[in-house]
Ligand binder design. Structure first.
Ligand code: SF4
Length: 213
């Protein structure tokens, strides 16, 4: 959405609550990070979705430094099998932290995943899920959310990873080509319409800054 007003934020917080999720707003990423550190006890088992937002706010390092057991499949040096193993641990973690690719005005979370570890842990496994998202992820509706993922989120992720996909390599047109390549990261789409029954606490922390993509 082009303009995010205080009324937009109130509306999204309200619709998320109606959808049986806890929703809170913080103006800055620093405040949101403090809130997450307050909610997660030391020595907890915490999994993370693949998320630029989480890296930008530095929450993984902060939790690890404090002594929490972190399951981060983006950790450098992990083999393919190692990443797979970490993904399974994420599903058994006490807390799962992630962002979302899009958040609609009527309180739905839309995500597109490649391997599925992020979207599965958002809906089953961990008892507590915390989604941290910047206001740049707010979209009008499902249609706009799905379009945002194909125009912004997925291409920028492919470009970050230097994937051999047209959205990362075709310098004349770095948008989605609906590719059929083995490197395609758009493989699973989920829409969370209400808190999944298996998740005891589902919290969305909305931050009044642009975070991730
Ligand atoms: S479908 Fe292919 S080209 Fe389109 S965003 Fe996904 S990976 Fe990129």
């Amino acid at each position: 959405m082009n303009t995010i007003t205080p009324e937009t934020i109130d509306k999204v917080i309200g619709t998320l609550k109606k959808n049986e999720m806890e929703a809170v707003f913080f103006q800055t990423a620093a405040e949101a990070k403090e809130e997450i550190l307050r909610r997660i006890p030391p020595r907890a088992k915490v999994g993370f979705g693949g998320s630029v937002t989480l890296r930008e706010i530095g929450i993984i390092e902060a939790l690890e430094k404090r002594g929490d057991e972190v399951y981060d499949h983006w950790k450098e040096g992990l083999s393919k099998e190692g990443r797979q193993e970490v993904g399974k641990k994420q599903q058994r973690a006490e807390f799962f932290l992630t962002s979302t690719n899009a958040l609609t005005l009527d309180g739905k979370l839309i995500n597109v995943d490649a391997s599925g570890n992020r979207v599965t842990s958002m809906i089953f496994g961990p008892e507590r899920v915390i989604v941290i998202t910047g206001i740049n992820k707010i979209v009008k509706n499902l249609k706009e959310g799905l379009a945002r993922i194909k125009k912004v989120a997925a291409p920028r992720n492919c470009q970050r990873r230097k994937d051999p996909t047209p959205c990362a390599q075709d310098l004349k047109d770095l948008t989605c080509h609906n590719c059929k390549t083995p490197a395609r990261i758009c493989r699973v789409t989920t829409i969370i319409e209400r808190r999944p029954w298996g998740i005891r606490d589902f919290t969305v922390i909305l931050v009044g800054e642009e975070l991730g993509y």
